[in-house]
Design a protein around this ligand. Structure first.
Ligand SMILES: [Zn+2]
Ligand SMILES: [Zn+2]
Length: 291
């Protein structure tokens, strides 16, 4: 028969968090509280972008890019989960180029935080509008209005569209990292995702190019997916929305936002597609990291 002390030790070891082999630092350590596969220390060191300095592209530092060009941007805004520090670059490299697929749930959950942040921001925005309207009315009706707006202000994306990779890259990597990220988000938030886009040509390694080169290169890099199945899925999805007249809230998903040229090119293609069906699209992007 077990002694009471032995029993207590056993219970304590069952209750205490077991040690884990961290996917980031490789050490055996105490697990993180809210992210899978990493240690508490690495979780604390994640460079979250909690308050973006640039409201447009979600950058954590001052951003000359968005203020420089006067051209209209086809997205409402981009939000990224983390700043692309050397540690984050290493993690993405492990996942993308060295095929460590164990990292997929971790990166997906991190992207989910950016989604929550975007949702909160949009809801605050909607509430701001409702409150402005309500100040024009009596106090009594403004109370009613703000209560009503609070219950109606759940912001939710309608559709996720992952940035596609080229056929050759897909063959070499075996998966599209953006699609995997969108899978996690889609599963957690119940938002459908559709592969609406394809890459029309192989653009080469973007990291070796200058800003202007990248932008020029990206302009016609995407097209609507010619796959009939994808288009039928899109049409079916449109049908589920019924006669809704407000814009479709579409979120483009990718691993990293650098100059934004990829996202802009994708957004243009999505917008054209939606217009072809007589729909107006309000396009956002969510990226795991912002460089
Ligand atoms: Zn660690
Ligand atoms: Zn910006």
């Amino acid at each position: 028969m077990e002694s009471l002390t032995a029993w207590f030790t056993k219970v304590r070891s069952l209750l205490a968090p077991s040690m884990l082999h961290c996917l980031i630092c490789g050490k055996t350590s105490r697990p993180a509280a809210s992210l899978p596969g990493i240690c508490a220390g690495c979780e604390e060191a994640i460079p979250w972008i909690r308050r973006p300095r640039c409201q447009k592209c979600g950058r954590h530092v001052g951003c000359p890019d968005c203020s420089r060009s006067g051209e209209a941007v086809p997205i409402v805004c981009n939000r990224s989960a983390v700043a692309y520090t050397s540690v984050m670059r290493e993690i993405l490299g492990q996942y993308k180029y060295r095929g460590n697929e164990q990292l997929a749930p971790l990166l997906g959950l991190m992207l989910d935080r950016a989604y929550i942040q975007l949702t909160a921001e949009r809801e605050r925005g909607q509430q701001g509008i409702a409150e402005n309207q309500s100040t024009q009315r009596t106090i009594k009706s403004s109370f009613f209005l703000s209560k009503q707006s609070a219950s109606n202000s759940r912001w939710q994306a309608d559709l996720l569209v992952p940035v596609p990779v080229s056929e050759s890259r897909l063959a070499e990597r075996g998966f599209n990292q953006a699609e995997r990220l969108a899978d996690v988000l889609s599963g957690r938030r119940g938002i459908p995702q559709l592969p609406l886009l394809v890459r029309t040509h192989h653009t080469g390694k973007q990291s070796f190019k200058h800003r202007a080169e990248r932008i020029a290169d990206m302009k016609h890099a995407f097209a609507v997916n010619p796959d009939v199945v994808a288009l039928l899925q899109f049409e079916n999805w449109l049908e589920t929305l019924g006669k809704r007249t407000r814009p479709l809230k579409i979120v483009i998903v990718d691993d990293i936002y650098t100059t934004g040229s990829t996202i802009r090119a994708c957004a243009e293609t999505i917008r054209t597609l939606c217009n072809g069906y007589g729909k107006v699209a309000e396009i956002y992007s969510l990226t795991w990291a912002r460089s």
